[in-house]
Write a protein that binds this ligand. Structure first.
Ligand code: FES
Ligand code: FES
Length: 156
């Protein structure tokens, strides 16, 4: 079946089964490999993208459920105001270790700060709890989110 999906501002016509997960479409059909496969069961967060600005797990999101909603992936999150602050903070704090989980971390953190500009530690932990990092970068992730929040507040 043919679907028209909007990814990072561009509309793509794709021919796949309706139950094909969005993650498969992004990576295998569109060649956008920044979004990662981890568990395939909504347990790790590696596949996180935004659907109309809200973080979702693309591994369990069938393509026929998306409709006209706008998808944003790690390839374009830096073009958003909050995403740019998050990515700068990630670099400043040297968050990344192996990197595999980090696109999902950035997508979840961007959703958090877009909806809650001044999160407490417990709110950060709650928002990021579904994103697993085998390298244990959690402390730096929290610091980077706080740095980005301060930068947004100052308006730098
Ligand atoms: S691959 Fe989607 S949550 Fe793990
Ligand atoms: S940086 Fe290696 S899994 Fe998170």
């Amino acid at each position: 079946m043919t679907f028209a999906i909007k990814v990072n501002g561009n509309t793509h016509s794709i021919d796949v089964d309706g139950d094909t997960p969005l993650l498969w479409v992004l990576r295998d059909v569109l060649g956008m490999t920044g979004t990662k496969f981890g568990c395939g069961m909504a347990l790790c967060g590696a596949c996180t993208v935004h659907l109309d600005g809200t973080a979702i797990r693309s591994c369990i999101t069938p393509i026929d459920s998306i409709g006209t909603s706008a998808i944003t992936t790690i390839e374009a999150i830096g073009a958003t105001a909050v995403g740019a602050k998050i990515q700068k903070a990630w670099l400043d704090r040297e968050v990344v270790q192996c990197g595999y989980c980090q696109s999902g971390q950035v997508m979840s953190a961007s959703d958090l700060l877009a909806s809650k500009p001044h999160p407490t530690d417990s709110e950060i932990d709650a928002a990021m709890s579904g994103n697993i990092c085998r390298c244990g970068t959690y402390v730096r992730i929290r610091e980077a989110i706080k740095q980005a929040a301060k930068s947004i507040e100052r308006g730098d």
